[in-house]
Design a binder for this molecule. Structure first.
Ligand SMILES: Nc1ncnc2c1ncn2[C@@H]1O[C@H](COP(=O)(O)OP(=O)(O)OP(=O)(O)O)[C@@H](O)[C@H]1O
Ligand SMILES: [Mg+2]
Length: 269
């Protein structure tokens, strides 16, 4: 695990990612994942692999375990059983800390989770400076790069409380990118937004996907799932009921629960 957490080993980590891409090894591989809260078994044996550069979206009804699965991938929840291999290391067995993992796995939440008492730029530089021990100037340079990527250069010094929901979410994405993660997790990043500003966030995510970022996205945005995903996963009551390409899953769903779920969504759209 040392090479995941050692700042000086960035180039080494990059070459691990390259090797994976060349050898067709998954960046993340989940096997037999179980998680319960009390006697409620929320994840009941999840197997899933994500290849470097892939966009995997997770869809499913409320309570099916989507957020819990995502949170197990970056150890915000501790799995009860099973394995999560990230760059070939078993995160569960090797007791990797959340802070260590935050350097390689970025996460964007529905509720932004920005630091409201700091401006945009400071939100972006905090983790690189404190966790990665990056110099302040370098951290600001990197932050400005990513703020440009999400179209918020002129808001660098703005108080985050003044921003719209869409702008806040784009700051949250830029902030995650400042850690130069290998993998980005998104948990319903547009669910708290007014419909007219959902598009600006989805467009940033789409661009990230085009740039080759490996992404796992929990979403209710079926058009995004269909257009941007390499693989779509349908979760139902703690298991993966069905998984396939967007064409397969949306045009020819096999599982009755998938059909039911999609019918409900298509009716609402
Ligand atoms: N920390 C927790 N303690 C107790 N129960 C929890 C906890 N986190 C999640 N749960 C329960 O686990 C189940 C799955 O929750 P999870 O948030 O993973 O579902 P979800 O698919 O993300 O749903 P939604 O679409 O509503 O976000 C729910 O019944 C939820 O109440
Ligand atoms: Mg959820």
């Amino acid at each position: 695990m040392a090479e995941l957490i050692d700042n000086a080993a960035d180039t080494q980590a990059a070459s691990v990612a390259e090797q994976e891409a060349n050898s067709k090894e998954p960046m993340i591989r989940i096997e037999g994942l179980h998680k319960s809260f009390g006697d409620h078994e929320v994840l009941r044996g999840i197997d899933l692999s994500v290849m470097p550069g892939q966009v995997v979206t997770i869809i499913g009804s409320s309570g099916s375990g989507k957020s819990t699965l995502l949170r197990c991938l970056n150890l915000l929840e501790t799995p009860d059983a099973g394995h999560v291999w990230f760059h070939g290391k078993d995160l569960v067995a090797e007791r990797v800390g959340v802070n260590q993992l935050r350097e390689k796995i970025g996460m964007v939440f529905q509720s932004f989770n920005l630091f409201n008492n700091m401006n945009v730029l400071d939100n972006c530089t905090l983790a690189p400076v404190t966790l990665k021990k990056m110099g302040k100037d370098e951290a600001e340079r990197v932050a400005m790069e990513h703020l440009e990527e999400v179209g918020l250069t002129e808001f660098a010094k703005a108080d985050v409380r003044r921003l719209s929901g869409g702008q806040k979410q784009r700051v949250a994405i830029a902030r995650a990118l400042c850690m130069r993660p290998d993998l980005m997790l998104f948990d319903e990043p547009t669910s708290a937004l007014d419909p007219e500003i959902v598009g600006e966030v989805l467009e940033v995510m789409h661009q990230l996907a085009r740039d080759g970022m490996t992404m796992v996205v929990v979403t209710h945005e079926m058009t995004f799932a269909r257009e941007v995903s390499d693989e779509v996963v349908f979760m139902d009551k703690g298991i993966i009921a069905e998984q396939g390409s967007p064409e397969q899953l949306f045009s020819n769903p096999q599982h009755p629960r998938t059909r039911e779920f999609l019918a409900r969504y298509l009716k609402d759209e």
